[in-house]
Design a protein around this ligand. Structure first.
Ligand code: DAK
Length: 258
């Protein structure tokens, strides 16, 4: 049995973390199953990934507190490494990943959403890093990704004080791109995923790498990196077709990832 449902919708993969009774909390097995689901994605065929949580209450309410409460330090190190490796894999995954945050996104759940490229939220979504109230620091990248995404002072408040924020505040802070009703969230996530899916995959993937790698460099190095990704798209079939179609004033043929 897997805690992650894998669905194909056209060229989009939808992964649903399915442990609703525990508000989709991340235990060892959920992390393993999510990792296996990413390994299963055919990167030549698919164009975008959407991650969401089962039910209407939680995206992911955090790492599994009951399991963690019994861990030795050594086990905690292993658990932390497993989560961090998975979240880095998601952040670096060649295809864009959208988090459809359909409720609580706390601790490891907030961090999972932060490892995705884009976050969309339902009106009942709540984001937070309550770890310090449990006697630990965020451990799946929260201190780093949150502070790089929103204002540092707000990230520090969320981490030191455990301040939780609702969807509308998350939107104001730039943590999420848009807020929808619970019913509208998945259709909106699919609409965005499909909009990405029709663009040239080579260009979308190169853009993801340019953004991720470039944002860790100084500007002079980063623009050189962008030049490399930009030129790498030339002479691809999709670049030829995309530009020729524009010049000929017609709609381009579906891009082929070639
Ligand atoms: N873990 C385990 N079970 C959880 C859970 C969690 N994080 N969150 C909820 N549940 C379970 C509840 O225990 C309850 O189970 P039953 O009692 O029915 O068996 C069920 O889900 C429903 O939850 P509630 O009854 O509490 O539902 P409410 O509507 O009353 O409250 C809530 C919803 C989300 C406000 C509440 O459940 C809550 O506060 N949950 C905990 C949220 C939280 O503190 N999350 C952060 C967890 S800490 C590390 C790396 C990373 C991490 C740690 C270490 N290393 C590097 C080592 C990450 C840490 C975290 O994420």
């Amino acid at each position: 049995m897997s805690y992650v449902k894998f669905e194909q919708q056209g060229m989009v993969v939808v992964l649903t973390i399915d442990r609703e009774k525990a508000l989709n909390a991340l235990n060892d097995q959920v992390l393993d199953d999510l990792n296996a689901a990413f390994d299963q994605i055919d990167q030549d065929y698919f164009r975008c990934v959407v991650i969401t949580g089962a039910g209407t209450k939680a995206f992911v309410a955090g790492a599994d507190i009951a399991a963690m409460s019994k861990m030795t330090r050594c086990e905690a190190v292993k658990f932390g490494q497993k989560g961090n490796e998975l979240f880095r894999k998601i952040a670096k995954f060649p295809l864009p990943v959208i988090a459809a945050v359909n409720g609580f996104a706390l601790g490891g759940g907030c961090e999972l959403s932060l490892s995705c490229d884009i976050r969309l939220a339902s009106e009942n979504a709540v984001f937070g890093q309550p770890e310090t109230g449990l006697g630990i620091t965020p451990g799946f990248g929260g201190t780093q990704r949150l502070a790089r995404l929103i204002a540092k002072g707000m990230a520090k408040e969320m981490i030191y004080a455990g301040t939780k924020i609702k969807a509308d505040r998350a939107y104001q802070l730039g943590l999420v791109n848009a807020v929808y009703s619970q019913k509208e969230l998945m259709p909106a996530a699919m609409k965005l995923a499909n909009k990405i899916a029709v663009n040239a995959p080579i260009a979308v993937r190169a853009s993801k790498q340019a953004l991720n790698k470039g944002l860790q460099m100084n500007m002079d190095e980063a623009v050189v990196l962008e030049e490399q990704f930009f030129s790498s798209c030339f002479e691809s079939c999709d670049q030829k077709e995309g530009m020729t179609a524009f010049v000929e004033k017609r709609k381009h043929e579906p891009f082929e990832n070639k």
